[in-house]
Design a protein around this ligand. Sequence first.
Ligand code: MN
Length: 677
Amino acid sequence: MPLSALIKRTKTYLPGLNEKRLRKAYDFAAECHKGQTRMDGSPYITHPLAVCMNLAELQVDEDTLVACLLHDVPEDTCYTIQEVEKKFGKKVAFLVEGVTKLTKVKYRHDIAERQIESLKKFFLHSAKDLRIILIKLADRLHNMSTLQHVRQEKQLRIAKETMEIYAPIANLLGIWGIKSQLEDLSFQYIYPREYDLLTKEIKRTASHHQKILAETIQKLKRILKLKHIAAEVEGRPKSLYSIFTKMVRTGQRLQDLNDILGIRLVVKDRDTCYSVLGLVHSLFRPKSGRIKDYIAVPKANAYQSLHTTVFGLEGTPTEFQIRTHDMHIEAEYGIASYYFYKKSKSAPHELKTKASEWVQHILHLQKELKSNYDFLENLKVDVFQDRIFVFTPQGDVVDLPQGANGIDFAYHIHTDLGDHAVRMIRSGSNCPLTTPLKTGDTVEIVLSSTQKFPQREWIEKVKTNLARDKIKASLKKQSATVWRAAGLQFFRKELNRFMGRDLKTVTPAQKQRLLEHFKISNWKKFLEALGNGSIAEHDFIPILYTKNEILGIANSITSSYKTPLSKIKYHKNRSRLLDDLESKTSLPYYRIHLMMECEDRVGLLRDMGIHLANIEVNIYQIGVLPGKRPHEALIDIIIEVLDLEQLHNAFEAIESVDGILRVYRIPQKELKGTFRK
Ligand code: MN
């Protein structure tokens, strides 16, 4: 198929196509892939061209076509994405790079259900633009249609991957055309015997069915003309795979399936849909229980149409779908129709590129309708905004909430892995387990042969409930001696972190206060409760010390204070604070002096600043000193907090910064006169 065919097809919906640009992309791609051939021996360039043809069916924009022609260039040739950008601009490079990145989505034979879900989410998450997904789907469609040339064991893997990942994504986006083609093509490789039987059986009856179909269409057209109703009438091939799944699901034989014949009617408006339905029913007797009004009550994925199955000519069950032109475009192109078709009518240049928009759209469609798809149920906004996707050394995808660290990762994989973890290798470099992970990281957990149970402090460090529960469960299994040791260590550390004090400063009276508060009979038992996770740090610190002892003496925010409103936004007792401000009285806040040991890295201060700003904590003063070891630094910082809760949050925020090794308090008394030059 020559390039001119693509140009001709594209111009039917994109009259303003820049032909020169498309030719330039084609020539460049042909040059890059020069000498490369497809498995069937044809020049490689035939592949991107065929993929483009698939995309033109979806009426995509020019950038998408240009990017599609170049989609295998950075991956398979010696030309880089930079060269693509130089020649075709940022937007095209962005799309090509997006497609290249999706090759990270890898599927294996022994993959578990859970991982399939993760892969799908990762796929959607990685594609920052719907067009990237469309290119990838069209790419897969062409690869599937040429799969016969591929090695047999590879065939099965690719077919399964298509069936489990690509077809559901096309389905999710409502792109039925691609979805059913992908399914039918995969079907052939996954169930070759069933495929053969079914194809033969359908062929056997085909000529008879064809005759009935043609006669029915003729009859309909005649009546419609008589009634002056304009309608497109066409026979509708049923997808082989959908017939197969229906046979499996219902246990029916092929000849018993009642909707082998399908006819689609596309009319101008909604009212006409209903009058045409009446017309069909006046011609053929409808089967009871087979009339579905998806116009009044659209399907979960927003699909709209009227469906009815009737006893057609010679009593052959025939299914009709009746819909308007807009409904038809939506049904065929799914989410892509919103993206290209509808928008292109009004503002051709305003193609929105943010993934969130169409995701929001899907979610909006789903909102009030009960979804049939489990996947959609799981596809809440958090998948896209608050999730990260990391890889095991074997290349499996693990999805975790934003902010999750190596401990979360380890427990996500297996309890044993978590219990014995000592550190991790994150994308090639050694890291503490508490370092937060980023999308794209490859994570390897390093195990210890001596460590048999998790660290007590991990309970406060992990992000996922799964990990927290597993840590607690593992700790509960340990002996009281183990708990006591862990509890003591934890107590020491928290004392140092919050108060900058050591154990011997704790008086017997304070200990007694703790025991009474938690109704525990002796100190050993208290340490045990601390050690197995029954008592948390934010539970015991405020018992041990008064608010003043912890926070020090309050400073006042006057009306001249820089950011009082944002502070108030954070605070629980907002109305009181607002009153205070109104009456120009003061708002108390506390200066807390901290020391941090950290890696000496670029951007650490910036990251810490962002983390603290996110929880509305002001940095009053900051200084950096050389650390105890090379490549380490000490940060001397005074922050301003409103209360204990904000101090607790500040500790969490600081400790979640990549490269922070330890944070502790500088005791109150040393504060005097040491700061602000
Ligand atoms: Mn390709």
